[in-house]
Design a protein around this ligand. Sequence first.
Ligand SMILES: C[S@@+](CC[C@H](N)C(=O)[O-])C[C@H]1O[C@@H](n2cnc3c(N)ncnc32)[C@H](O)[C@@H]1O
Length: 468
Amino acid sequence: MASVVVTPKRWMPKGDALVEVRGKLPLVVFGGIPGETAKVRITGQGSHQARGDWQSAERPHPRRVAPPCDRYSLCGGCPVMHLDAQGQADARHEIVRQALEQHGLDTEVLPLVSSPGGLADFRHVIKVGFGVSDIGRIKVGAWGRGSRDVVPIPECLVAAPILRRTMVSLAHHTIDLGIPPYEGGRGVLRSAVLRASHTTGEVLVTLVAGRRDRALSELAEQIARGVPEIVGVWLHLNDGQGNAIFQRDDQGVVGVVPLVGKETIEERLCDVTYRVGPGDFFQTNPAMAEVLYQRVMDGLELREGDSFVDLYSGVGGMALPAARRTGFALGVEEVEGAVRRSKEAARLNRVPAEFVWGPVLEVMPEIAPRLAGTAPKVVVDPARRGLEPGVLEAVLKLEPSALAYVSCNPTAMARDLAALVKEGWTLSPVEPFDMFPNTAHVECLVIARPPGGSVEVARRAPKRQLVR
Ligand SMILES: C[S@@+](CC[C@H](N)C(=O)[O-])C[C@H]1O[C@@H](n2cnc3c(N)ncnc32)[C@H](O)[C@@H]1O
């Protein structure tokens, strides 16, 4: 296709640069940088926008670097790797500012808090896919940019080194055993989730298959033998349509069966030992998460006796260290295994915290009476879609004295914060954290306070009882 010379003006949320010229389709440029005039090869055109790949610039942007990965444009997992660290920080800052502006907010955005370990080796969870090459060879790797094609990434710079070794071993033995990828109801392996503990170096592997096959046990044994850090391999069966990795049963349980070893690995952040199992969420960049958790607790000014609620609590990420400060915390999480792990960790750490299993919206009516009159401090850390309809209203009914909004999606966050501002709440400046270097994703924290400032009531913790 043709090439054009263009100057993008703004960032897109996924890290592409956008060219807008009156009377023409918007052009989304992979590898572009706003303000830099560049030659772009047009790669596709839809009814709403055209797409292109950056080719060259006569005067490259001062922050442009050659991406240090030969799969950069095929894989697409690190779309802002063509910028140096400061250039990436500026881009993420601008992406957050644009999201706020789009929702009518002029909230200040603080400088990005850097990832403690730098731009490489930070990912402690990776999801890999299985596919077949044009000549019929099995491939294991990332799903490619804008497609479901699998791109082998054995040298991936952002994955923790132990996960690179795990991925290579998984690819080697899958090919060796000839286990076919699952596609349209045929074959076996769909994907795998590899998680490493940054504390112990242990690895947990969850194989996701469209159907059971005896070769999967053999695969599990072979990778565990080849990589001694692998302490557990589990199988999750997912024969559903669509690209979701995990499928839940009618009870909302992510079913897993053991193939080799143990069910959990341990992580340690903020002096708390967490248990993480197959299907659980845990932050991909644990060193950055520790900084974030401290900022949440400091921003909420947590003190002994405060009523504290962690909505979307995962395996107890914020509830457990917060309970150390307040004396008690309540967490709500919809993945049953994660709730089990939170409870185990509460016992293990001797932390007074309680966890309720279920979707936040369904659980709120059960916990609200226990929180009545306690002016709780609430943290919400929803998935990328942000708060589901009705959740913000239910949170406001608790009459919180402060709300910490933690988000990995500035657009959804801005939408929810705009609704809070409409209710008269005031927002702290947005604090961005570099949880996902080389990507356009950024983790943000905002502390919101109710109209009239924090409510000081006779502080008391929620009534302690087992809800479920
Ligand atoms: C971004 S993670 C945050 C987890 C935790 N705060 C942490 O720092 O590790 C979001 C969590 O919300 C859970 N989740 C998603 N939708 C939910 C819902 N409607 N109700 C309860 N939990 C939900 C997910 O399973 C996941 O554990």
